[in-house]
Design a protein around this ligand. Structure first.
Ligand code: AMP
Ligand code: MG
Length: 429
């Protein structure tokens, strides 16, 4: 598949699948189409200077993280299979080669639209838009085809699903790492897992990727980058919106202006549930911000802080409260937490929910198990160094049930110890 893209903001007119190849499509019982790709299977017409192959590390990372995202309820491409090829691939050193079989609603990217638009092939952009509508958004095809309405509806839809997707990433502390326009799917799924990772301690400016030197794709940058990419998408559709360019641009601008509101509504709703609140207004937003601020100050683990907050009771604090102790132990400095907790408890008492159901509701949105960076690394090392897939299978079993307490898996919930922190991740392309 051909596509172009902005890589770290720089325009590249021809990228394309250099190490992936689509082997076909499958229909499910509801008539929904899925594309199936092999990633790492060898050179393609778009391989440029690359070998078209993949090392076991990046393949395993994509397998584990995409399946974990699915279990967390986040739209994503999925991993159907992973095999090692028995052949070495040469990166910084020789590494075992592997192939990932992945499945998606489709593999059309913002960059796919850019590829044709940049060549001023408006008919091809239209054909591509029609294909996406037919496959993924059939409810838009009924738009009166005085020809332009369906394309306007497509832009609105893609803006909305991306706003929701990125809000979900933010809610679980996921950092994609390489949000280039060729890595943003028009299908609203998380795609192209490279040097991605989950936050350990909460740090809004966190970057894991070794190649993201200026933090373009840092955790808190993601909503803004989403809009930047959507703006590139909107530009490709301008000729389809309206006969008059000025009116077309006006339309695109007004839709893009709606993105911030859509993002904040989705993100706010996620945060509301994470905090255990029944409703959400400005004051609630401030309470949530106080918790996030306390986490940042106290260098608390993002995932565990929300999970342990879930276990607290809303009654007045007691000296011997073990749930509160467990939460406090995550904070290197808990002064800000002291200020936050009474506000949060008072707020929950207003909702009037019993502790039991409120705890259950919070546990259902605040995961206990995420694919911890060091566990991913352990699984890679075991496979590469000992051909041992035990740690991989164990990790997959754990992350398949992210919200359920499980004594046997308890060690997988731990935040990394001081010498276990993974500070950087690599593309490994
Ligand atoms: P990605 O890191 O998946 O976003 O890839 C960026 C671009 O580089 C895409 O066009 C890929 O197909 C291409 N690419 C990445 N790795 C390889 C490789 N080993 N061989 C050929 N092309 C590659
Ligand atoms: Mg890519």
């Amino acid at each position: 598949m051909a596509y172009a893209g902005h890589q770290f903001g720089n325009w590249v007119p021809r990228l394309g699948d250099g190490r992936a190849i689509q082997i076909g499509e499958a229909l499910d019982a509801q008539g929904m189409t899925y594309g199936i790709q092999l990633k790492g299977s060898g050179p393609t017409p778009f391989s440029r200077n690359g070998d078209g192959r993949a090392a076991v590390g990046p393949v395993l990372r994509e397998y584990v993280l995409s399946e974990a995202m699915f279990a967390l309820g986040i739209p994503t491409t999925r991993a159907l299979a992973m095999v090692t090829t028995g052949e070495p691939v040469y990166r910084e050193r020789a590494e075992p080669g592997a192939i990932l079989t992945r499945v998606a609603s489709g593999f059309v990217r913002v960059g796919t639209f850019q590829y044709f638009a940049a060549q001023e092939r408006t008919d091809s952009v239209r054909e591509l838009a029609d294909h996406v509508i037919e496959r993924r958004y059939p409810d838009l095809s009924g738009e009166p085809d005085t020809a332009t309405a369906r394309y306007r509806a497509l832009l609105s839809r893609v803006i909305a699903i991306q706003a929701e997707l990125i809000a979900k990433w933010m809610d679980v502390g996921f950092i994609h790492g390489v949000m280039n326009t060729d890595n943003m799917s028009i299908m609203g799924e998380t795609i192209d897992y490279g040097p991605c990772a989950f936050l350990d301690e909460y740090d809004p400016g966190k970057v894991f990727s070794s190649i993201d030197r200026h933090g373009r794709y840092a955790y808190q940058q993601q909503p803004g980058i989403g809009l930047w990419n959507l703006t590139r998408f909107a530009e490709t559709l301008i000729p389809l919106f309206h006969d008059e360019e000025e009116a077309a641009i006006e339309f695109a601008k007004s839709e893009l202006d709606g993105y911030a509101g859509l993002f904040h509504a989705a993100y706010g709703d996620g945060l509301r549930q994470k905090m255990g609140f029944g409703r959400w207004d400005q004051a609630d937003q401030e309470i949530a911000s106080a918790f996030l601020g306390a986490m940042a100050e106290g260098k608390a683990d993002f995932t565990l802080a929300f999970r342990r907050l879930s276990e607290l009771s809303t009654g007045d604090a007691r000296e011997d409260d073990s749930a509160e102790k467990a939460l406090r132990s995550l904070f290197a400095d808990s002064a800000a937490l002291d200020a936050f907790l009474p506000l949060w408890r008072a707020r929950l008492r207003e909702d009037g929910l019993e502790d039991g159901p409120r705890r259950a509701a919070m546990r259902a949105v605040n995961p206990l198990f995420i694919p911890r960076n060091r566990r991913v690394q352990e699984a890679i090392d075991a496979l590469v160094e000992r051909e041992d897939s035990g740690p991989l299978n164990a990790l997959l079993a754990v992350t398949a049930l992210p919200f359920e307490e499980n004594e046997e898996h308890a060690a997988y919930a731990n935040r990394p110890g001081p010498d276990e922190i993974v500070r950087q991740t690599f593309c490994g392309t």
